[in-house]
Design a protein around this ligand. Structure first.
Ligand code: CNA
Length: 283
């Protein structure tokens, strides 16, 4: 091996070097991990600013008191919000054949709205797109119950007449959708992981950052640092948190600040500005 290739290997990537790598095709299997932060610019508040999120999204609480959830759902329902530049960036990765998969914790379906195809998308905590009767398991589309929810009412099953129809988003106390398990074969193949707009504090999702190969570069784009100094989770760095302060960390890069501004910078650095504008015009 030449000395230069050895030096290259021990150098940590940067925001700029990652942009360059995307431009010249060095990354072919990019995985995204995203969260509520990417939809804040659409007008959807993130988890931390919701009143009592733990209770609203708790399945036991929901069965007893579904109204607080449906009051919130009325605000969140798909169709009320537009995708952001970050969502369109995912689409650009897909269009340029370098997207392995988007893993989102969001339930707002804005990735779909931006044109990310179903087989490229894992809605790890489910979504509002479909709903199920908690009593007889009859399945409904979002549109079937949206009207009722928009009137501020609770949707009940028209077949069994007694079950509440719950949107298929994963509540605390419920199992994750089957698609989530795609990570077992996806993550070991990744060559770039972009973590964006998430505090990584919800497990098991947050723990996935450690499932990529050691050679895989990881880029964090978020308002705040995550994990290392995060009081909400990952107090134990062995759990796979970013360890930017470690001298021998040669695979992580971060860009702290607004994710929309930074993704527009990234699009520009990659040289996808024209493509991006074209995409916006069509959407
Ligand atoms: P979170 O814990 O609220 O973290 C969001 C992160 O994004 C925080 O670190 C913020 O600092 C950061 N952030 C907020 N705005 C910006 C911005 N403009 N630029 C950069 N960073 C920003 O949310 P997570 O997604 O990590 O937590 C997981 C929960 C939240 C999931 O179960 C979701 O279902 C749930 N959730 C989803 C939505 C949605 O679908 N839009 C909304 C609210 C909550």
């Amino acid at each position: 091996k030449s000395i230069s290739s050895l030096t290259m290997k021990s150098e940590a990537p940067t925001f700029k070097s990652i942009a360059k790598g995307i431009r010249n095709g060095s990354y072919q299997k990019i995985i995204i991990m995203s969260g509520a932060g990417i939809s804040v610019a659409s007008g959807i508040p993130d988890f931390r600013s919701l009143p009592y999120p733990e209770a609203i999204f708790d399945i036991q609480y929901f069965v007893e008191k579904p109204q607080p959830f449906f009051t919130l759902a009325k605000e969140l329902y798909p169709g009320n919000f537009e995708p952001t530049p970050v969502h369109y960036f995912f689409r650009l990765l897909q269009d340029n054949n370098v997207l392995k998969r988007v893993y989102t914790q969001n339930i707002d379906t804005l990735e779909r709205r931006a044109g990310v195809l179903p087989h490229k998308l894992v809605e790890a905590h489910g979504s509002f797109a479909t709903a199920t009767c908690l009593n007889c398991s009859e399945e409904y589309d979002a549109e079937d119950i949206k009207k009722v929810v928009m009137k501020g009412k609770i949707p009940y099953c028209k077949y069994c007449k007694k079950g509440i129809i719950k949107p298929d988003i994963t509540f605390f106390g419920e199992g994750l959708p089957e698609k989530f398990w795609w990570h077992e074969s996806d993550f070991p193949k990744a060559d770039l992981l972009i973590v964006i707009g998430t505090s990584l504090s919800v497990l098991p999702f947050g723990g996935l950052i450690k499932s990529v190969p050691k050679t895989c570069h990881r880029l964090l784009i978020n308002n705040t640092e995550v994990a290392v100094n995060n009081t909400l989770g990952f107090k134990d760095p062995k759990l796979g948190a970013f360890r930017f302060n470690e001298k021998n960390n040669t695979r992580d890069a971060k860009k702290i600040g607004d994710c929309q501004k930074n993704i527009l910078k990234l699009i520009k650095l990659i040289g996808w500005e024209k493509q991006y504008k074209k995409l916006l015009k069509k959407s």
